[in-house]
Design a protein around this ligand. Structure first.
Ligand SMILES: [Zn+2]
Length: 316
């Protein structure tokens, strides 16, 4: 693009930990694989003309991300993550602050696991405290963390799942009412992957389509679009996972998100290179997806969604 607006992939991953990033046993999880090395990402970005990636990082990989950011401050930004079990305690607040002040990250990832998910990972849901943050992060118990995040002036990225789709906007509105300058990113947007059939047992089937395929926005979506809330959009990604598109057969949800949130709040992300086929052909397919299919988007709309909005949200 000839414009001076940066092209930014707002949701990416790297995870090739190198020996220089490891100091303690906790720094290295041999099972953990979440993307390729940053050189792979840079190579793909260069071929498509992508200026920057916003890396979503895990607690395990913080030191690695910190180093890569230092080396390539113009190519990568990162959203830091800590163990949510430490919040809203003092240790957790200190760790949150360090993500921004010490690691130089541009946002905070907040993803308290669903109790069933915690159990599946071998953890006791009680470790997240009561009331449980997955269902009640707007409870006054959590006010200290939201206050700190507001003061740090970085966005907090919150993951939308099928299990919290119905409650996420009302909870966020409660938080925003208390902390009006807080900035939120709806990670993956209000469109969790379609899971058909729904896994047995715990997960509710709250989805954004009715039986006719019309988009039904979850409660509070219209209201939240008027606040400091950004919405990720990841078109073209599901096909390669052999799943139905979360945006519907005709991408009708992309249009609804465009109409509701507008190009100033929507930001494109890819999950690269934490994806099944981390190759140029796939990245290009996702990169070109809206330009080729969403003819209602103007050139300046696309400039915002493909980078301008992320620059605004993450202060890049
Ligand atoms: Zn991701």
């Amino acid at each position: 693009m000839s414009s001076s607006i940066k092209v930014v992939d707002s949701h990416s991953h790297i995870s090739q930990v190198e020996s220089q990033d490891i100091e303690t046993l906790d720094d290295y999880n041999q099972q953990f694989k979440y993307g390729m090395g940053y050189q792979d990402n840079l190579n793909l970005m260069d071929q498509l003309g992508i200026d920057m990636q916003v890396l979503h990082c895990s607690g395990y990989l913080g030191k690695y991300h910190k180093r890569v950011l230092k080396e390539y401050p113009d190519r990568f930004a990162a959203i830091g993550k800590i163990d949510e079990r430490l919040l809203p305690g003092e240790e957790g607040l200190e760790a949150l602050k360090a993500q921004v002040d010490e690691f130089g990250f541009h946002g905070i990832y907040y993803d308290p696991w669903h109790p069933e998910n915690a159990k599946a990972q071998g953890a006791d849901p009680a470790e997240w405290g009561s009331p449980h943050p997955f269902f009640h992060f707007d409870d006054k118990r959590f006010d200290p963390q939201w206050k700190l995040i507001e003061e740090l002036k970085v966005p907090v990225a919150i993951t939308v799942y099928n299990d919290n789709l119905e409650i996420i906007c009302p909870m966020l509105l409660n938080v925003i009412d208390k902390f009006p300058n807080i900035v939120i990113v709806l990670m993956h947007g209000l469109a969790p992957p379609l899971t058909a059939p729904i896994p047995p047992g715990n997960f509710t089937s709250s989805q954004i389509f009715d039986s006719k395929g019309n988009v039904q926005l979850p409660p509070g979506a219209i209201e939240i679009a008027k606040r400091n809330v950004y919405h990720e959009i990841m078109p073209g990604m599901d096909g390669l996972r052999s799943q139905p598109s979360r945006y519907g057969e005709n991408d009708q949800a992309i249009k609804v998100f465009y109409d509701t949130f507008g190009p100033d709040k929507l930001m494109w992300g890819s999950e690269f290179t934490s994806i099944q086929l981390p190759i140029l052909k796939q990245y290009k397919y996702q990169f070109d997806y809206m330009k080729e299919r969403c003819d209602y988007m103007t050139t300046s709309d696309l400039e915002m969604i493909m980078g301008g909005t992320a620059c605004k949200a993450y202060n890049l």
